[in-house]
Structures are given as C-alpha cells and as structure tokens.
Ligand binder design. Sequence first.
Ligand code: GLU
Length: 437
Amino acid sequence: MCDRNLPKGSDLVATEDRNPYDIVRRQLREATEQLNLPPSVYEILKQPLRFIEVSIPVQMDSGELRVFTGFRSQHNDVLGPTKGGIRFHPDVTPDEVKALSMWMTIKCALLGLPFGGGKGGIICNPKELSRRELEGLSRGFIAALAQVVGPDKDVPAPDVYTTPQVMAWMMDEFSKTLSRNQFGLITGKPIVLGGSRGRSEATGRGCVETVLAAAKKLNMPIDGARVVVQGFGNAGSVAASLLRGHGAKIIAVSDSKGGIYNEHGLDPLAVLSYKEQHGTVVGFPGTETITNEELLALECEVLVPAALENQIHADNAHKIRAKIVAEAANGPTTPDAEQILFENGVFVIPDVLANAGGVTVSYFEWVQNLYNWYWSEEEVNHQLGLKMNQAFEEVYAMREKHNCTMRRAAYMVAVARLAEAMRLRGWLERNTAVWRS
Ligand code: GLU
C-alpha cells in the first residue's frame, strides 16, 4: 500500500516534522515519484514561483505607527491565475503561507478549476484590532501587492479570520489604484459588491458533499451518525448545521477556548448564536466542557477538523475513534498521523478535496464578476455539488487503482494534470525561466 511504503531515508523528514512546508513538499515528491513523472515536475513544484514579503505601516487608534509584516505566495500558475485566501493570525509564518499556497495548487487542479495556487497572510491578532485599524491593515496590504495581484494574475479570498468586509476594503483599495472597479480582483466579497450567493457557506457545504459521498461508499447511514466538529468558525459551523439537516447528531464542537459535549446532540444554530454573544461555545447550556484533546478522542462516525494545521499528529492519532475524518481545515493531519489512521481503517477525506468547496464557489464568483451575470443560490449549490462529486469520484477511483490513501490519490490526480499542462507549455524541457504574469 503506497503510504505504508514511504521512501526510506527521506531528505526532508527525519522524525515527525510538523512544518507544513516540509510536509507538502514530501506529499508532492511522493506523488510525482509514484506517477513516474520526470524529476523536473517536482523541481518546479517544490517551491513557489514567487514569494513576496511586505511591510504594512498602520496608524493605530492610539496615534502610534505600527508596521505589520505580510506575505503572499504565488506557487504555480500553469493552469491559470493564482488563487487563494489571506489569513490574519499571530502565528503566520513564511513556510506556512508557502505550504498553504501549494495546497491551493493541488486543490484547484483537482477540482478542474482554471487557477493555480496562492496564499497570503499577515502576522497580527485581528481580535485586538479596532475596525479602523483592520481597515488600514487590509488596504495597506493590497496596496503593497497591487503590481502582482489582479483578476488575471492572482485572486485572493478569505481565509482564517478574514471576512467579506476585509475583501470589500481590499477590492475598493485596488479599484482606486486602477481608477476603475475591479470586482474580479478578489472573491468572498459581500453580495452587494459582486460576491456570490452561497460563497460564505461553500466550504462547509462542499465538505458535507464529500462526507455524504464517503458514507455512501462505506455503506454508512448519515441519519443518526454521531458527528464531532473541531473549530466552530465558518466552515465548521456550516458543516455542522448541514449534517444535522441530513439527520446526523452533532455531539461535540469546539473553538480555540475549548469544547462542549452532549451525547444527545446539539443544535448548531443555537450554539452559533451563543458564540456570537459570548465569544466562545464554552458554557453553552446543557453541555459538558471538554478539552480539544478529549473532543478528538470521542467515539463518533464523522470527525470534522475545521481549525488549524497539525491538530491530529503522531501522539494523538491512535486515539481517534471516528470512521470518517473530513478535513475542513487545511493540513489538520500530519503524515505520521495519517499513516496511523490508515492502519486503523479510518477513511480520511483530505483537505484538498474536503475543503475545496470554498475555492470552487470563489471560481463561480470570479466568473460571475467577469460576465456581470449573477446566479441564484440554487444554481451555485447545484454546480458546487456536481464539481465536488466529480472530484470525489476521480480520487476514489485512483485510490481503488493504487490501493492508497485518499490523499495520495488526490495528489496523483492533481499532479498528473499539472504535469501535463507544464509539459504542453514547454516548462519541463527548457532551461529558461518559467513565464510569470
Ligand atoms: N481560503 C480558502 C481555502 O483555503 C478559500 C480560497 C479561495 O476561495 O480562493 O481554500
């Protein structure tokens, strides 16, 4: 089985390495090797084609000037403009942003979207910034990147702790720079400014499509299935409510402050309004407070990690008692943990598939902006369902053929597509620099 036979003596990973950049490079290398592709494919994919660091001076409410650091990684644009979110988080690092941009390349190729992979991040704690300061930071970041982003170059979107409002400020600032409206610069905008119907629910909805598809393959009914959701942000809360709508029982959810458990099931919408009032899910009436580690170890049918990277690792993977793990977050499972889950028969739907609903509806938003023709929510959800199910089936077929994990299969589908595009564009044969927009 492919993941049991990881190449020995890897030059990238000695013991468990939780650096996402090392992890994605290893994932890419193994996929290119298994596909018997020429080494030049990995040589091009193993780092971003462009990585930019910017300093963003912001005048704080106190009058003091603070300079924030931001990054944008444009990993690969062989299939189209680079695409991917911007996160605001105190722990953002260059390696994390690079890795996230590489996962976007895989995600877009896997879903058959005409995009490459990009990602951005600013080191900051948005919870400590006023609305005015957040606006200054958002405008400053996009102004610093104005030369290298745009509807046909690099199209940002929301990610951890960024919102439609942040997208609106960025779109406005960029439009001012160009003296014309540029709605297609960025996706995840408010609907009145060219946002797509269904975009804010898309990551959670796409994740649920993959859970339903996986449950069908495993002959596991979703009606009555116990679901645990780690991370009750946009993706996690939407996935929880939709799964409840399919008859599942949401027995536990958590956020950065802790988790809550009720074996009889929770109403995700009631939990969401509690969280909006109290800033956390912890303390929701009728629940037992649990730690994140206890939550991950709960016996359930479906576990949805919807928080940050590296939550399931070598030290806790053996405690997971879910049948399906659906990765709504990016990079929640380390490779060593995945090996343990694989040996324990857990069906992992990898991030590049499970959370690809967000970028898929971002693609629909970009198309709507370019055409100035707006779709109904029904149309968006219908097209999203088609794309998610097609990608799921392609990955599942690859998994059956190679008897490997769904993640390896997803990488193989995506990398084969990227390699073919690079070959046809002549990127693999010549020694000249790769073309950049
Ligand atoms: N941040 C999301 C992701 O990681 C969405 C990206 C997008 O819509 O471009 O997939």
